[in-house]
Write a protein that binds this ligand. Structure first.
Ligand SMILES: O=C(O)c1ccccc1N[C@@H]1O[C@H](COP(=O)(O)O)[C@@H](O)[C@H]1O
Length: 214
């Protein structure tokens, strides 16, 4: 079973990026969507990327933004991958995939339009309103969750293990439940989230046999 990827999104400052690195996350999210209360400037993002890359992945997050803006921002901010929300064309995705790994965010209701068979990008399930802290119905998603897909939406230290057991995602991503305030992380919650996710994934790989004498 491939290693679980853990992403801490909505990073707006260098101390929080270093916190995620130290906590053992694989990546941080740098949100460039203008509507976000966790919007980070390109210059700050670039400083973060220079400081923590390549040890920590940096995922540029975009919503309803032109391809030219995504490419320009991604390059200037030195991201290592991009996350795309909102309706985009196949050509938009195919062009992006020539330069970056792509996380394509989809809502459960739209899942049937996508096939994980589409090479070049990874699907991530999220709530209709990203960054809202609203969890998905993981049990209802079991029959349709894409192989190799990532999961977001209302994940935190208290529930990420249950979500991993239910859906066996290739990656998990969170922001709202890891913050003291929008764009400012709670160190204890970030560390607890990463630990809970890693432990749950490990237990999937190495189930504890209840009959085995402890
Ligand atoms: O968090 C935001 O403000 C945001 C804005 C625009 C696009 C994506 C955004 N965040 C993404 O939302 C999910 C999960 O959020 P939550 O944990 O449920 O609050 C995550 O993929 C973020 O990248």
């Amino acid at each position: 079973m491939p290693a679980l990827r853990v992403k801490i999104c909505g990073t707006t400052n260098l101390p929080d990026a270093l916190l995620s690195l130290d906590a053992g996350a694989d990546a941080i999210g740098l949100i460039f969507a203008p509507i976000s209360k966790r919007l980070v400037s390109v210059e700050t993002a670039r400083q973060i990327s220079v400081a923590v890359g390549p040890a920590l992945g940096r995922v540029g997050v975009f919503l309803d933004q032109p391809l030219s803006e995504v490419l320009r921002t991604a390059e200037r901010a030195r991201v290592s991958a991009v996350q795309i929300h909102g309706p985009v064309s196949s050509l938009y995705l195919q062009t992006l995939e020539r330069y970056y790994p792509v996380l394509r965010v989809v809502r459960p209701a739209d899942l049937q339009q996508f096939s994980q068979a589409t090479p070049g990008h990874t699907l991530m399930l999220d709530a209709p309103t990203p960054g809202s802290g609203k969890a998905l119905d993981w049990q209802a998603l079991r029959p349709v969750f894409p192989a190799g897909g990532w999961l977001a939406g209302g994940l935190g230290p208290e529930n990420v293990a249950e979500a991993i057991r239910a859906l066996h995602p290739a990656g998990v991503d969170a922001v709202s439940r890891l913050e003291r305030s929008p764009g400012v992380k709670d160190p204890l919650r970030v560390r607890a989230f990463v630990q809970a996710a890693r432990q749950a994934h490990h237990t999937l790989e190495y189930p504890i046999n209840e009959s085995y004498p402890q």
